[in-house]
Design a protein around this ligand. Structure first.
Ligand SMILES: C[S@@+](CC[C@H](N)C(=O)[O-])C[C@H]1O[C@@H](n2cnc3c(N)ncnc32)[C@H](O)[C@@H]1O
Length: 375
């Protein structure tokens, strides 16, 4: 059956938004799926923190705030559940009571975080698809690349070429390994289809995989050197996915060892300045993974227009992993698959769109669909 991935309308109430979010989380976080289902069915459970801000990102912000209070040492039965990933979850009635009582006790803390913070994830496993996408970009460009990441957060994915990925197949026992074999950060991606993404030919160090220049921008960059900021990032990871937190910690050590500038500001203000600083012999790749959902329709349209305008001056490759409706060319979404990875080749105001993959939002599985002769 096709999963409903359409985003709820902007004026949807918390009941509808949490019910929608529960469907999204069904496969990757039983804790958030169950709590969301309960809050969706009875928004009264959320009474101490109502009204909640509108928008489809609200549940992520809500749960990150609750998780942050837990990481701060909250003493409460719900906090114990958050701290025991892997243990069987209690019955619905116990979970519902736990959520309502937690919010009564910590309403001020949760509301304050929700009012002052924005969702700040930095999902390192996305590098499992960034690496092959950059190989395709390199092939298309025919020059060295400058990687400019929009919404880079802590910049952990700017180090995609320093991580190793295991690609398994759902339908056969083959395993492909890509990236430096001694990498401290190890990623996993299960391939659903027959096509295998370009893996780099098994040569180490792989020539041309690392961009000649890398930089990021973010509305609220997270410094990998700031423990408080990194704690919020950690709170945005689902508590029942400890492997994600472990990956982020390992990648943080890599990012600390290889400083990359992350410029603060709105993409529409900062990106033109960054692109103007990219030397002419490099082809810029403007990349964003799970960022456009945080922009308004108007900002998304301005962003697309900005890139089209830039491409009149120089060729720009536009790599995005987002809901399909936010991507250039609006690639069709096959049944039951979430994020689309698309690479648009913008030159002289003209665009050629390549759909690279359909994937889980954290790239834990993917259907690679771009045919290429590169290995
Ligand atoms: C869900 S996080 C994704 C982070 C990272 N791209 C990843 O895949 O892990 C969204 C990021 O977009 C940033 N962001 C949201 N609106 C932005 C804007 N207008 N300009 C620049 N960055 C923005 C947020 O600060 C946040 O770091």
């Amino acid at each position: 059956m096709k999963r409903d991935v359409s985003v709820p309308p902007p004026d949807a109430g918390p009941g509808a938004v949490f019910s929608w979010f529960a469907g999204l989380r069904e496969r990757d976080s039983q804790l958030y799926a169950r709590l969301s289902r309960l809050a969706g069915a009875d928004p009264g459970l959320l009474a101490p923190v109502l009204p909640l801000p509108p928008g489809s990102n609200m549940p992520l912000l809500f749960f990150a705030s609750v998780h942050h209070v837990v990481l701060d040492g909250a003493r409460h039965p719900l906090a114990d559940i958050f701290r025991a990933p892997g243990r069987e979850l209690p019955a619905d009635a116990v979970l519902a009571d736990g959520l309502a009582s937690f919010l009564k006790t910590y309403a001020a803390e949760v509301s304050d975080l929700m009012a002052t913070r924005a969702v700040q994830t930095n999902e390192v496993n996305r590098s499992a698809l960034i690496a092959p996408a950059m190989r395709v970009a390199r092939e298309l460009a025919g020059t060295e690349l400058a990687l400019v990441e929009v919404g880079a957060s802590a910049g952990l994915n700017l180090h995609f070429d320093r991580y190793m990925t295991y690609y398994t197949h759902r339908s056969r026992p083959t395993v492909h390994v890509s990236g430096p074999p001694t990498a401290a950060v190890q990623l996993k991606c299960e391939l659903l289809g027959d096509l295998v993404p370009p893996l780099g030919g098994g040569v180490h160090p792989e020539p041309g995989i690392g961009p000649a220049l890398r930089m990021g921008l973010d509305l609220a960059p997270v410094s990998v050197h700031d423990d408080t900021e990194m704690r919020w990032l950690h709170a945005c990871v689902f508590p029942d996915q400890p492997e994600r937190a472990a990956r982020a910690r390992a990648a943080t050590a890599v990012a600390r060892a290889h400083p990359v500038p992350i410029h603060a500001g709105d993409v529409l203000d900062v990106l033109p300045k960054l692109l103007s600083g990219v030397p002419r012999h490099l082809t810029p790749v403007v990349m964003h993974t799970w960022v456009l959902a945080y922009l308004s329709d108007r900002q998304r349209a301005d962003f697309a227009a900005l890139l089209a305008e830039q491409s009149r001056e120089r060729r720009v490759l536009w790599l995005g992993a987002e809901w399909p409706q936010y991507l250039p060319g609006r690639p069709a979404l096959p049944e039951d698959e979430g994020t689309v990875w698309s690479l648009a080749d913008l030159d002289g105001g003209e665009a050629r769109h390549h759909t690279l993959a359909y994937a889980h939002e954290h790239a834990t599985w993917a259907t690679w669909c771009h045919k290429t002769s590169i290995e």
